[in-house]
Design a protein around this ligand. Structure first.
Ligand code: ATP
Ligand code: MG
Length: 447
């Protein structure tokens, strides 16, 4: 993309309404614009990152064997009356009446709708196990929407639902989700720690929240510092293997890590003192096994192998897709702006032309752009006539992890400059080697 043709409305001033760094940078970098309280338009740069995050979530869900579908945002109140949640949900639910006077609502979550799809189409244990998921907008009329996309009223969420014959099968689905979530967050350059959470009114031990440690997080968390050394990495996993998924769950949940709702001082005291940590965290996901709550109230039954009818065991599993943009920025930024991890960056690198109009500089930039694009990479080429300082400041603010700087002086010596946004370190390289370097970082082979 050539910057002169892009739509990147960066702000010079720091918006007064933004209290935390991710919100400030998202506004300043022209990623989002508030439409009304807690509701945002996603401008091109923000939308690009949102799509990258969404793609990773889709890939990892499908790798785990989960099946995508798409359910609507508007739902009929009748289904929620069946489950008993229409009245219970309270004021966070946006209720709408259509022209015929029918009660509708903008879905805050989808257990009812997906259970209805299931019960209309599945009647035998032979069709199990089944996990359906979608990535769809949700609406919760939060009393205090704040921190930009972090706590919106309209937000983008992946929610998945498993249907299993037995509790054991459903717990395997739970473990499978835990593993797939670990992989998902790591691909985004994030460490999200599974912490024991509160089962709410349904109760039960089977729920974990995934938290990204950050001072601006809304949750208070307590953990054994050893847990921050754990990495899932690029290990192979067979998602059908009960033992393998169980082993990962045990590895990642055996140390103390809890949110304030489940925190227990007495148990925490057993952690050696030098490893006890109290911090703040951002909840970027939650997994939940809730048994037969919805299948019983809504009649989602299957025939078991003996011909009897039994309610299916279910769980629901969410990832805060739009919140993740804020969480990633909270975890990865400096005083100049955002530092995108390579896994989610909106453009793979920037190209800064220090002297637009200089024949050699223009040509070198054009050929870098062409070569990188041919490798399937997307550079953002600043071909505007702005001053060098302004160009650097903009690149730093929008946070592309790599920048290639091209100027007449370097070209006389046959080099361009490759700079890491994260470390600030620069290296002078001949253009071909600069291409090779960027290609290698993104797992592409320059020929
Ligand atoms: P919270 O405790 O933060 O209100 P929740 O536990 O009610 O969230 P879930 O129902 O578990 O949320 O939803 C799954 C994920 O969706 C959460 O882990 C979070 O990342 C994201 N999420 C929830 N509410 C919001 C919101 N208002 N704005 C943005 N993302 C949200
Ligand atoms: Mg939650």
């Amino acid at each position: 993309m050539r910057l002169s043709r892009y739509f990147l409305p960066v702000l010079k001033e720091t918006p007064a309404e933004a209290q935390i760094v991710s919100h400030r940078y998202m506004l300043r970098a022209g990623m989002i614009k508030q439409a009304s309280a807690g509701i945002y338009s996603w401008l091109p740069l923000g939308y690009k990152v949102l799509m990258n995050i969404e793609t990773i979530v889709h890939e990892e869900q499908q790798r785990a064997g989960h099946i995508p579908l798409l359910m609507p945002t508007l739902q009929s109140a009748d289904l929620w009356r069946e489950s008993g949640r229409y009245d219970a949900y309270g004021e966070e639910m946006l209720r709408i009446t259509d022209r015929h006077g029918r009660d509708m609502l903008y879905g805050p979550t989808n257990e009812e709708l997906v259970t209805d799809i299931f019960r209309s189409n599945v009647s035998s244990y032979k069709d199990l196990p089944l996990t359906l998921y979608h990535i769809q907008w949700k609406f919760r009329d939060e009393i205090r929407p704040r921190f930009g996309v972090m706590r919106g009223r309209e937000f983008y969420m992946k929610d998945g639902y498993n249907f299993d014959l037995t509790k054991e099968d459903a717990l395997h689905a739970y473990n499978r989700h835990l593993v797939s979530y670990l992989r998902t967050y790591e691909r985004m350059g994030l460490q999200a720690i599974p912490m024991r959470a509160d089962g709410g009114p349904i109760g039960g031990d089977y729920t974990h929240e995934f938290l990204v440690l950050a001072d601006t997080g809304e949750s208070e968390v307590f953990y054994d510092s050893e847990i921050t050394d754990l990495k899932f990495g690029d290990r192979e996993i067979d998602y059908d293997s009960v033992e393998q998924c169980q082993a990962v769950l045990e590895e990642f949940t055996s140390r103390y890590a809890r949110t304030d709702e489940t925190h227990d001082e007495a148990v925490f005291a057993e952690v050696p003192e030098e490893r006890r940590r109290t911090a703040r965290g951002i909840e970027v996901g939650q997994i939940f096994y809730f048994g037969t709550k919805y299948s019983e109230s809504m009649g989602a039954m299957v025939q078991d192998s003996e011909g009897g009818k039994v309610p299916v065991h279910m769980g629901s599993h969410g990832i805060g897709v739009s919140r993740l943009l804020g969480a990633i920025i909270e975890a990865s930024h400096d005083e100049k702006g955002i530092i995108w991890p390579e896994g989610v960056t909106p453009f793979h690198c920037g190209i800064v032309n220090l002297k637009v109009g200089d024949e050699a500089a223009d040509e070198a930039c054009a050929s870098l752009y062409k070569a990188l694009s041919a490798l399937g990479l997307e550079p953002l080429y600043d071909d505007t006539s702005d001053r060098a300082g302004a160009k650097f400041a903009k690149m730093d603010l929008i946070g592309l992890p790599w920048r290639i700087t091209v100027g007449p002086r370097g070209l006389k010596n046959g080099v361009v400059e490759v700079t890491s946004r994260r470390t600030g370190e620069s290296e002078e390289l001949p253009p071909l080697e600069a291409i090779e370097k960027i290609a290698k970082i993104y797992g592409k082979v320059a020929s």
